[in-house]
Design a protein around this ligand. Structure first.
Ligand SMILES: C[S@@+](CC[C@H](N)C(=O)[O-])C[C@H]1O[C@@H](n2cnc3c(N)ncnc32)[C@H](O)[C@@H]1O
Length: 288
Protein backbone atom coordinates (compact mmCIF):
# COMPACT_ATOMS: atom_id res chain seq x y z
CA UNK A 1 0.00 0.00 0.00
CA UNK A 2 2.85 2.38 0.90
CA UNK A 3 4.19 2.41 -2.67
CA UNK A 4 0.78 2.99 -4.16
CA UNK A 5 0.13 5.81 -1.67
CA UNK A 6 3.43 7.46 -2.62
CA UNK A 7 2.51 7.16 -6.32
CA UNK A 8 -0.89 8.78 -5.60
CA UNK A 9 0.65 11.64 -3.63
CA UNK A 10 3.10 12.27 -6.47
CA UNK A 11 0.34 12.19 -9.08
CA UNK A 12 -1.83 14.68 -7.14
CA UNK A 13 1.17 16.89 -6.41
CA UNK A 14 2.17 16.92 -10.08
CA UNK A 15 -1.39 17.94 -10.99
CA UNK A 16 -1.19 20.92 -8.60
CA UNK A 17 -3.73 19.63 -6.07
CA UNK A 18 -3.37 21.40 -2.70
CA UNK A 19 -2.45 19.13 0.24
CA UNK A 20 -1.74 16.05 -1.94
CA UNK A 21 -0.74 13.84 0.98
CA UNK A 22 -3.86 14.60 3.01
CA UNK A 23 -6.13 14.17 -0.02
CA UNK A 24 -4.48 10.89 -1.02
CA UNK A 25 -4.96 9.57 2.51
CA UNK A 26 -8.62 10.60 2.50
CA UNK A 27 -9.15 8.90 -0.87
CA UNK A 28 -7.41 5.73 0.36
CA UNK A 29 -9.41 5.69 3.56
CA UNK A 30 -12.67 6.14 1.60
CA UNK A 31 -11.86 3.61 -1.14
CA UNK A 32 -10.62 0.93 1.25
CA UNK A 33 -13.28 1.76 3.87
CA UNK A 34 -10.72 1.96 6.66
CA UNK A 35 -9.81 4.71 9.12
CA UNK A 36 -6.92 6.97 8.07
CA UNK A 37 -4.78 5.55 10.88
CA UNK A 38 -4.91 2.11 9.18
CA UNK A 39 -2.86 3.55 6.34
CA UNK A 40 0.04 4.21 8.74
CA UNK A 41 -0.48 1.15 10.88
CA UNK A 42 -0.43 -1.31 7.95
CA UNK A 43 1.75 0.22 5.24
CA UNK A 44 2.76 -3.30 4.13
CA UNK A 45 -0.87 -4.26 3.36
CA UNK A 46 -1.05 -5.81 -0.11
CA UNK A 47 -3.71 -4.18 -2.26
CA UNK A 48 -5.86 -6.37 -4.48
CA UNK A 49 -6.19 -5.57 -8.19
CA UNK A 50 -9.79 -4.27 -7.77
CA UNK A 51 -8.62 -2.05 -4.88
CA UNK A 52 -5.78 -0.68 -7.00
CA UNK A 53 -8.15 -0.03 -9.91
CA UNK A 54 -10.60 1.80 -7.68
CA UNK A 55 -7.83 3.89 -6.10
CA UNK A 56 -6.34 4.72 -9.49
CA UNK A 57 -9.73 5.90 -10.74
CA UNK A 58 -10.27 8.01 -7.60
CA UNK A 59 -6.86 9.64 -7.97
CA UNK A 60 -7.40 10.34 -11.68
CA UNK A 61 -10.81 11.90 -10.95
CA UNK A 62 -9.20 14.15 -8.35
CA UNK A 63 -6.46 15.07 -10.86
CA UNK A 64 -9.33 16.36 -13.05
CA UNK A 65 -10.40 18.45 -10.00
CA UNK A 66 -13.53 16.52 -9.06
CA UNK A 67 -14.11 17.30 -5.37
CA UNK A 68 -13.31 14.51 -2.91
CA UNK A 69 -16.88 14.64 -1.54
CA UNK A 70 -18.29 13.68 -4.96
CA UNK A 71 -15.67 10.97 -5.49
CA UNK A 72 -16.41 9.40 -2.09
CA UNK A 73 -20.12 10.36 -2.21
CA UNK A 74 -19.79 11.54 1.38
CA UNK A 75 -19.09 14.65 3.45
CA UNK A 76 -18.98 15.27 7.18
CA UNK A 77 -21.14 18.03 8.64
CA UNK A 78 -21.80 18.52 12.35
CA UNK A 79 -19.78 15.32 12.92
CA UNK A 80 -22.29 13.29 10.88
CA UNK A 81 -21.65 11.69 7.50
CA UNK A 82 -23.96 12.82 4.72
CA UNK A 83 -24.47 11.21 1.33
CA UNK A 84 -23.41 13.65 -1.37
CA UNK A 85 -24.06 13.37 -5.12
CA UNK A 86 -23.27 15.84 -7.91
CA UNK A 87 -26.92 17.01 -7.67
CA UNK A 88 -26.23 18.78 -4.38
CA UNK A 89 -23.89 21.45 -3.10
CA UNK A 90 -21.12 20.06 -0.90
CA UNK A 91 -21.98 21.33 2.59
CA UNK A 92 -19.48 23.90 3.86
CA UNK A 93 -18.18 24.21 7.44
CA UNK A 94 -19.40 27.86 7.46
CA UNK A 95 -22.98 26.58 7.38
CA UNK A 96 -22.41 25.13 10.86
CA UNK A 97 -22.46 28.77 12.05
CA UNK A 98 -26.08 28.99 10.88
CA UNK A 99 -26.88 25.79 12.79
CA UNK A 100 -25.09 27.09 15.90
CA UNK A 101 -27.04 30.36 15.70
CA UNK A 102 -30.27 28.37 15.49
CA UNK A 103 -29.42 26.10 18.42
CA UNK A 104 -28.34 29.03 20.59
CA UNK A 105 -31.90 30.45 20.59
CA UNK A 106 -34.42 29.63 23.23
CA UNK A 107 -36.21 26.83 21.39
CA UNK A 108 -38.33 25.53 24.27
CA UNK A 109 -42.02 25.06 23.53
CA UNK A 110 -44.85 23.94 25.78
CA UNK A 111 -44.46 20.14 25.81
CA UNK A 112 -47.49 19.41 23.62
CA UNK A 113 -46.35 21.79 20.84
CA UNK A 114 -43.71 21.04 18.25
CA UNK A 115 -41.06 23.52 17.12
CA UNK A 116 -41.84 24.19 13.45
CA UNK A 117 -38.88 24.93 11.21
CA UNK A 118 -38.78 25.73 7.49
CA UNK A 119 -35.51 25.12 5.58
CA UNK A 120 -35.53 26.76 2.14
CA UNK A 121 -33.11 25.22 -0.39
CA UNK A 122 -32.26 22.20 1.71
CA UNK A 123 -29.67 20.70 -0.67
CA UNK A 124 -28.19 17.59 0.94
CA UNK A 125 -30.46 18.26 3.93
CA UNK A 126 -27.67 19.02 6.39
CA UNK A 127 -29.46 21.87 8.21
CA UNK A 128 -32.80 20.06 8.30
CA UNK A 129 -31.34 16.79 9.55
CA UNK A 130 -29.20 18.36 12.28
CA UNK A 131 -32.13 20.54 13.45
CA UNK A 132 -34.43 17.51 13.57
CA UNK A 133 -31.85 15.64 15.64
CA UNK A 134 -30.88 18.46 17.99
CA UNK A 135 -34.13 20.33 18.67
CA UNK A 136 -36.64 18.71 20.96
CA UNK A 137 -39.98 17.97 19.29
CA UNK A 138 -38.90 19.61 16.02
CA UNK A 139 -40.92 19.26 12.83
CA UNK A 140 -39.04 20.42 9.75
CA UNK A 141 -40.39 21.35 6.33
CA UNK A 142 -37.46 21.16 3.91
CA UNK A 143 -37.81 22.55 0.40
CA UNK A 144 -35.81 22.58 -2.78
CA UNK A 145 -36.62 23.36 -6.40
CA UNK A 146 -35.11 20.14 -7.74
CA UNK A 147 -36.57 16.65 -7.15
CA UNK A 148 -33.11 15.06 -7.58
CA UNK A 149 -31.83 17.27 -4.73
CA UNK A 150 -34.79 16.41 -2.50
CA UNK A 151 -34.11 12.70 -3.11
CA UNK A 152 -30.61 13.09 -1.63
CA UNK A 153 -31.92 15.08 1.36
CA UNK A 154 -34.58 12.43 1.97
CA UNK A 155 -31.94 9.69 1.89
CA UNK A 156 -29.92 11.63 4.48
CA UNK A 157 -32.96 12.07 6.72
CA UNK A 158 -33.48 8.28 6.60
CA UNK A 159 -29.79 7.62 7.14
CA UNK A 160 -29.86 9.72 10.32
CA UNK A 161 -33.17 8.43 11.65
CA UNK A 162 -35.21 11.64 11.37
CA UNK A 163 -37.40 10.94 8.32
CA UNK A 164 -40.51 11.05 10.53
CA UNK A 165 -39.60 14.64 11.52
CA UNK A 166 -38.65 16.09 8.13
CA UNK A 167 -41.26 16.68 5.48
CA UNK A 168 -39.96 17.45 1.96
CA UNK A 169 -41.69 19.79 -0.48
CA UNK A 170 -40.66 20.66 -4.03
CA UNK A 171 -41.12 24.40 -4.09
CA UNK A 172 -39.77 27.47 -5.85
CA UNK A 173 -38.91 29.32 -2.63
CA UNK A 174 -42.42 29.70 -1.08
CA UNK A 175 -44.49 28.79 -4.15
CA UNK A 176 -45.76 25.40 -2.98
CA UNK A 177 -45.94 26.02 0.74
CA UNK A 178 -49.18 26.36 2.58
CA UNK A 179 -49.09 29.19 5.09
CA UNK A 180 -48.41 27.05 8.13
CA UNK A 181 -46.90 29.40 10.65
CA UNK A 182 -43.32 28.56 11.46
CA UNK A 183 -41.32 29.27 14.61
CA UNK A 184 -38.23 29.68 12.49
CA UNK A 185 -37.17 29.90 8.85
CA UNK A 186 -33.59 29.08 7.85
CA UNK A 187 -31.92 29.22 4.48
CA UNK A 188 -28.51 29.04 2.90
CA UNK A 189 -29.66 30.28 -0.50
CA UNK A 190 -27.55 30.64 -3.66
CA UNK A 191 -25.78 33.97 -3.09
CA UNK A 192 -23.01 34.47 -5.61
CA UNK A 193 -23.27 37.11 -8.34
CA UNK A 194 -23.78 35.43 -11.72
CA UNK A 195 -20.84 37.39 -13.12
CA UNK A 196 -18.52 35.98 -10.42
CA UNK A 197 -19.32 32.33 -11.08
CA UNK A 198 -16.69 31.97 -13.76
CA UNK A 199 -13.99 33.15 -11.33
CA UNK A 200 -14.57 30.15 -9.07
CA UNK A 201 -11.93 27.42 -8.89
CA UNK A 202 -12.54 24.50 -11.29
CA UNK A 203 -13.32 22.18 -8.35
CA UNK A 204 -16.43 24.28 -7.71
CA UNK A 205 -17.54 25.64 -11.04
CA UNK A 206 -16.93 22.50 -13.10
CA UNK A 207 -18.60 20.14 -10.62
CA UNK A 208 -21.01 21.80 -8.18
CA UNK A 209 -24.53 22.69 -9.39
CA UNK A 210 -24.79 26.30 -10.64
CA UNK A 211 -28.33 26.35 -9.36
CA UNK A 212 -26.96 26.09 -5.82
CA UNK A 213 -24.56 29.01 -6.32
CA UNK A 214 -26.19 31.57 -8.62
CA UNK A 215 -27.85 34.38 -6.66
CA UNK A 216 -28.61 36.50 -9.74
CA UNK A 217 -26.97 39.66 -11.09
CA UNK A 218 -26.34 41.21 -7.65
CA UNK A 219 -26.22 37.93 -5.67
CA UNK A 220 -29.18 39.11 -3.59
CA UNK A 221 -32.05 37.63 -5.61
CA UNK A 222 -33.06 35.04 -3.04
CA UNK A 223 -32.83 37.45 -0.08
CA UNK A 224 -35.10 39.90 -1.92
CA UNK A 225 -37.70 37.15 -2.26
CA UNK A 226 -37.31 35.44 1.10
CA UNK A 227 -37.12 38.39 3.52
CA UNK A 228 -40.45 40.13 2.75
CA UNK A 229 -42.40 36.93 1.99
CA UNK A 230 -41.17 35.14 5.12
CA UNK A 231 -43.39 37.50 7.14
CA UNK A 232 -46.40 35.56 5.81
CA UNK A 233 -44.98 32.27 7.05
CA UNK A 234 -43.48 33.23 10.42
CA UNK A 235 -45.32 33.37 13.71
CA UNK A 236 -45.20 36.70 15.54
CA UNK A 237 -41.91 36.65 17.45
CA UNK A 238 -40.65 33.87 15.16
CA UNK A 239 -37.18 34.24 13.72
CA UNK A 240 -35.26 33.85 10.51
CA UNK A 241 -31.62 32.93 10.04
CA UNK A 242 -29.94 33.32 6.65
CA UNK A 243 -26.45 32.43 5.54
CA UNK A 244 -24.82 35.24 3.55
CA UNK A 245 -21.69 35.88 1.50
CA UNK A 246 -19.01 37.75 3.41
CA UNK A 247 -19.69 41.11 1.70
CA UNK A 248 -23.50 40.98 1.89
CA UNK A 249 -24.25 41.86 5.53
CA UNK A 250 -25.15 45.52 4.88
CA UNK A 251 -27.35 44.77 1.89
CA UNK A 252 -29.17 41.92 3.65
CA UNK A 253 -29.72 43.79 6.92
CA UNK A 254 -31.11 46.72 4.88
CA UNK A 255 -33.61 44.35 3.29
CA UNK A 256 -34.77 43.31 6.77
CA UNK A 257 -34.99 46.93 8.00
CA UNK A 258 -36.88 48.06 4.89
CA UNK A 259 -39.86 45.79 5.65
CA UNK A 260 -40.36 47.54 9.02
CA UNK A 261 -41.54 44.25 10.53
CA UNK A 262 -38.34 42.72 11.84
CA UNK A 263 -36.36 43.50 15.00
CA UNK A 264 -33.19 42.23 16.71
CA UNK A 265 -31.42 42.15 13.35
CA UNK A 266 -27.94 40.75 14.02
CA UNK A 267 -24.92 39.66 12.03
CA UNK A 268 -22.90 36.61 13.13
CA UNK A 269 -19.31 35.99 12.00
CA UNK A 270 -17.79 32.67 11.05
CA UNK A 271 -14.57 31.30 12.56
CA UNK A 272 -12.46 33.19 10.03
CA UNK A 273 -14.08 36.44 11.19
CA UNK A 274 -16.21 36.94 8.06
CA UNK A 275 -19.84 38.01 8.24
CA UNK A 276 -21.70 34.75 7.58
CA UNK A 277 -25.20 34.75 9.04
CA UNK A 278 -27.98 37.29 9.57
CA UNK A 279 -30.55 36.74 12.31
CA UNK A 280 -33.83 38.66 12.61
CA UNK A 281 -37.02 38.31 14.62
CA UNK A 282 -40.52 39.07 13.34
CA UNK A 283 -41.93 41.80 15.57
CA UNK A 284 -44.64 40.63 17.93
CA UNK A 285 -46.87 43.46 16.66
CA UNK A 286 -46.13 42.74 12.98
CA UNK A 287 -49.02 41.94 10.68
CA UNK A 288 -49.97 38.32 9.96
C1 LIG B 1 -26.31 27.11 -1.35
S1 LIG B 1 -27.27 25.66 -1.60
C2 LIG B 1 -27.57 25.21 0.08
C3 LIG B 1 -27.79 23.75 0.30
C4 LIG B 1 -27.83 23.32 1.78
N1 LIG B 1 -28.91 23.99 2.49
C5 LIG B 1 -26.50 23.61 2.46
O1 LIG B 1 -26.45 24.54 3.27
O2 LIG B 1 -25.52 22.90 2.17
C6 LIG B 1 -28.81 26.35 -2.15
C7 LIG B 1 -29.93 25.36 -2.44
O3 LIG B 1 -31.05 26.11 -2.94
C8 LIG B 1 -31.68 25.34 -3.95
N2 LIG B 1 -32.45 26.24 -4.83
C9 LIG B 1 -32.03 26.91 -5.92
N3 LIG B 1 -33.05 27.61 -6.46
C10 LIG B 1 -34.13 27.38 -5.68
C11 LIG B 1 -35.49 27.83 -5.72
N4 LIG B 1 -35.91 28.66 -6.67
N5 LIG B 1 -36.33 27.39 -4.77
C12 LIG B 1 -35.91 26.54 -3.79
N6 LIG B 1 -34.63 26.09 -3.71
C13 LIG B 1 -33.76 26.50 -4.64
C14 LIG B 1 -30.54 24.64 -4.65
O4 LIG B 1 -30.98 23.52 -5.37
C15 LIG B 1 -29.62 24.31 -3.48
O5 LIG B 1 -29.90 23.04 -2.97
Amino acid sequence: MKEFLEWSIGRLNQAGVDSPRMEAEVLFSGALRVGREEIFLRPERVLTEPEKNLLRSFVERRVLREPVAYILRSKEFWSLNFTITPDVLIPRPETEVLVETLLSQNLKKPSELSFRLLDIGTGSGVIAVVAAQEIHNCQVTATDYFPSVLAVAKLNSERHGVSDRVHFVKSNVFSHLSKALYDCIVSNPPYLKTSNLNDLVPDVIDFEPWSALDGGSDGLGFYKQIIPKALNYLKKGGFIILEIGETQANAVTSLFHSTGHYEKINIVQDYSGYDRVVFARKKTNAYG
